[in-house]
Design a protein around this ligand. Structure first.
Ligand code: ADP
Length: 215
């Protein structure tokens, strides 16, 4: 099973991806998590990505493509995967197609999560993320608080507000999405695997995916 999740920042791609990994027993691949891990680990890749991420801009396609070409060929991807946050530009989508063709793989569902903008802004400013790069569990101070305020339920490390979750950075991320990523909806719209799912709650989106892939 291979799934692409599309949607604005805060549309719930991470939450939906997590539920789908449980249903299908396949890996979630989040380029955002990979990049944040690289920033914390202090690698060259992380150093290049950090500034773009803080400003709410996309990191260059060349960097992302280098990461994903390798990642998709790793052993755990043979069973399938859920792409969360990739592709994010037409260049990335075209490159993904080439890589998948080369590997003889096809995508089963391309899911566009739709959420109104006011909900998105509220969700993103109230989000907290575990500061442990190996965990990165996500909480929401209103809808999914950690049991102990400011402490991750899963690993006990502090939960923090990401640098790119200030109101200014969020506005920039939404602008970047509209310019660079929204055109992907046109790009994929006529693909038989494409579906649009409302995503105020994750369950309807999961149901839409299950119906699409016939499970
Ligand atoms: P969100 O979807 O909530 O914006 P992510 O965790 O997916 O958050 O991404 C955080 C940041 O990482 C993005 O704002 C961007 O700077 C960078 N990033 C993640 N994925 C990509 C990608 N496919 N192409 C370019 N930049 C990316």
């Amino acid at each position: 099973m291979r799934i692409i999740l599309l949607g604005t920042p805060g549309a719930g791609k991470g939450t939906v991806a997590e539920l789908l990994t449980e249903r299908f027993g396949i890996r979630q691949i989040s380029t955002g998590d990979i990049l944040r891990g690289a920033v914390t680990a202090g690698t060259n890749m992380g150093a290049t990505a950090e500034g773009y991420m803080k400003r709410g801009e996309l990191v260059p396609d060349t960097l992302i493509l280098e990461i994903m070409e390798k990642r998709l060929q790793e052993e755990d991807c043979k069973k399938g995967f859920i792409l969360d946050g990739f592709p994010r530009t037409i260049v990335q989508a075209e490159s993904l197609k080439k890589t998948l063709d080369k590997l003889g793989m096809k995508i089963d569902a391309i899911v566009n999560l739709e959420v109104p903008e006011d909900v998105i802004i509220r969700r993103l400013t109230s989000r907290r993320t575990c500061s442990n790069p190996k965990c990165q569990a996500i909480y929401n101070i209103f809808t999914k608080p950690s049991r102990k305020e400011g402490i991750c339920d899963k690993c006990g490390n502090p939960t923090i507000q990401r640098d790119d979750e200030t109101e200014e950075a969020i506005k920039q991320r939404l602008k970047t999405y509209a310019e660079k990523t929204a055109p992907l909806i046109e790009y994929y719209k006529h693909d038989p695997a494409f579906i649009t799912a409302p995503s105020l709650k994750p369950e309807p989106a999961i149901d839409a995916v299950m119906a699409r892939v016939g499970r």
